[in-house]
Design a protein around this ligand. Structure first.
Ligand code: MLT
Length: 418
């Protein structure tokens, strides 16, 4: 029998979203007449922008003709897409990023996990709490943690940067040395954004401690305030201490199409066992080109169209629609007396659960069950994102306006205010 990677045995239960899906399936099977509204997983509901589908159709036509057919493309992505990314996402915001620092891929979740391949054992890892579970679970799989505490569920060896309502869910700097720090802004799950000063403080910390920041900017398209950085490279010094993950999923409705990219600046250094500085860019290039064959030409033409003038307009329409839903959620839940966060520069609204009979916040999985069983609305329990998420739930604004309105009316009825 083959030996297995025992780190997998340290993982707690199932991944959060399949567990939610399992509970919803059980409920739906027992209640086939009920219409369940899914506001749990952050999955887009609106169709692809027309500029994207037109470009993809054209690319399919090219693929059907011998003269324009293409086989394997460059693993890192076609030049036309990397150039469009640099021009629109970085140069336009004054960020110094070159096309060969862009690595096109099939998703930020994959990249955020795969990046650990190029780092050695023994790095100290800092994550926020609440946290997107992928950052934690992939570090468990990679052997960067000990076992989970039986009571708290937290993994030995990980540094948790607590975020709470008092600090608007912004993480504090690590108080002990961290080699790798995960940051996500706009944040999944809290919807909080990192201000320029806050992000600059993390960059300063990383430069001083020779740490690496893994910056997840999958939701940057939802930032409406000009004061909030959309890329970590807007902060001086970030080229030497940060990798950034970007995605077309939540921006242009690509969750089912699959396209993302990761920025690995050539200024980044790690070290070997003897303490010599080693360039990170060629290591990621080696990993990416060895284990990945790129995403399809058709999809990359669709991505390129996101940056066309029609594409930009249509994408802005999608974002505005989801943000209008988030505003509706914020407003109506606030009216109900609930305390809400996020949702203004993010597609997620983070909600303090109502007090129970004993005056404590309802446990987040209990409130999840209440909403599912009584309102047929699916949320994501905050406890699934870590200890500091207990007593909260997340509602995703990715839905049609009609469904969001219906879900809110049902929640109002359940909470006795309608
Ligand atoms: C979420 O709901 O947190 C996201 O959809 C997860 C993801 O993007 O992988």
């Amino acid at each position: 029998m083959p030996l297995i990677n025992e780190n997998f045995l340290k993982l707690k239960a199932g991944y959060l979203f399949p567990e939610i899906a399992r509970r919803v399936r059980v409920y739906a099977a027992a209640n086939p007449d009920k219409h369940v509204i899914r506001m749990g997983i952050g999955d887009v509901t609106e169709p692809l922008p027309q500029a994207v589908t037109t470009a993809m159709h054209k690319a399919i036509d090219e693929m059907s003709v011998r003269e324009t057919f293409r086989g394997y493309g460059p693993e890192q992505g076609y030049d036309f897409l990397r150039a469009a990314v640099v021009q629109n996402d970085f140069a336009a915001r004054g960020c110094d990023i070159a096309a060969d620092e862009i690595f096109v891929s099939d998703g930020s979740k994959c990249d955020a996990g795969n990046i650990l391949d190029i780092f050695g054992a023994g790095n100290t890892i800092a994550v926020t709490d609440p946290v997107y579970p992928v950052y934690v679970d992939t570090n468990v799989m990679a052997g960067n943690t000990g076992h989970a505490d039986v009571v708290t569920g937290e993994y030995a060896g990980l540094t948790y940067l607590r975020c709470n309502a008092q600090s608007d869910f912004a993480p504090a700097l690590p108080t002990s040395h961290a080699d790798i720090i995960y940051l996500c802004s706009p944040n999944n799950p809290t919807g909080a954004v990192l201000t320029r000063d806050k992000l600059a403080a993390f960059v300063e910390y990383a430069v001083a401690h020779k740490s690496l920041i893994l910056f997840d900017a999958a939701y940057e398209a939802y930032i409406m305030s000009d004061a909030i950085p959309r890329s970590i490279y807007e902060i001086p010094g970030a080229r030497s201490c940060a990798i950034e993950f970007r995605s077309f999923s939540k921006t242009a409705g690509f969750t089912g199409v699959r396209a993302a990219y990761t920025v690995v600046p050539k200024a980044l250094k790690g070290k070997n066992k003897s303490g010599d500085a080693i360039d990170i860019h060629p290591l990621w290039m080696r990993r990416h080109t060895t284990k990945f064959n790129g995403i399809s030409y058709i999809v990359q033409r669709g991505c390129e169209a996101v940056y066309s003038s029609d594409g930009k307009q249509q994408v802005a329409g999608l974002i505005q629609g989801y943000l209008a839903n988030a505003t509706l959620i914020r407003q109506r839940l606030t009216k109900l007396g609930l305390i809400v966060f996020g949702g203004d520069n993010a597609p997620y609204v983070w909600i303090k659960t109502p007090r129970n009979a004993t005056g404590d916040s309802t446990k987040s999985w209990d409130f999840f069950d209440t909403l599912l069983h009584q309102a047929q609305v699916v949320c994501t329990p905050g406890a699934g994102f870590g200890l500091a998420g207990e007593g909260y739930v997340r509602l995703s604004a990715f839905n049609s306006k009609a469904n969001v309105e219906e879900a809110l009316s049902r929640i109002e009825r359940v909470l006795g205010k309608a």
